[in-house]
Design a protein around this ligand. Sequence first.
Ligand code: KIV
Length: 279
Amino acid sequence: MKNKITLQQMKETDDKITMITAYDYPTAKLAEQAGIDMILVGDSLGMVVLGYDSTIQVTVEDMIHHGKAVTRGASDTFVVVDMPFMSYHISLEDSMRNAKEIFQQTNAQAIKIEGASPEILQFITKLTDAGIPVVAHIGLTPQSVNVLGGFRVQGKDQASIDKLIKDAKALEASGAIGIVLECIPKEVAQLITSQLTIPTIGIGAGINCDGQVIVSHDILKYGVDRLPKFVRSYQNFNEVIPQAIGQYIAEVKQGAFPNASESYVLSPELRTALNLEDA
Ligand code: KIV
């Protein structure tokens, strides 16, 4: 299993870090089987699995429930679980309690939190001191979508570029083991990546990050209709799954499923005793 040190070594040797989201046991198991470096139990859970229109309704209990399923499925992979909306903003004590519950109950290797305010930096230092590794997340931070004015590319003017660089350095100094950079111009991601010793993991942040993270439902086209510009899909479950279920429906209706080899049968002696004819 990867750890803080091996992830940092991957940055140093330019070995790209691969990360994908998973929210359940089978996806986690198959991602591990495919050889993924890291799994993120993202609060994108709210949109792609629970059908909400943002991540804001996701709760600590939701993250624990899905995080536990993922770590059971991928026990040999570095798993990061998101802290959901407002679970780390009320007070430091409340935030520490929520982080402890998520980390301890899911058995994950790290937690992820969005932002770089002074309170977040203090929280990261306290978590790190307590032995909870933290992956940070800046750029487009979906939990703040209402403050940011929608799902928009960030870091498009000098002031916000300067702020992203300053935030990234402060997050590293606070103890973060890596930083997710979401939806920023690739040149800005490159500037940040070159100025940090910890790895950057990009989503919609171009090729020059130390790794990439993607939402599994997006690359599989699994129940999602609109895909962001930065997604490349490698499968189309939106076609494959209805085709398979449609074939099942048709065969049940036609009496073609189940057939003899898909059925349990009585012994010949019992059939005779029960006066049953041959099927
Ligand atoms: O929740 C999530 O899936 C994420 C990724 C988009 C990085 O935070």
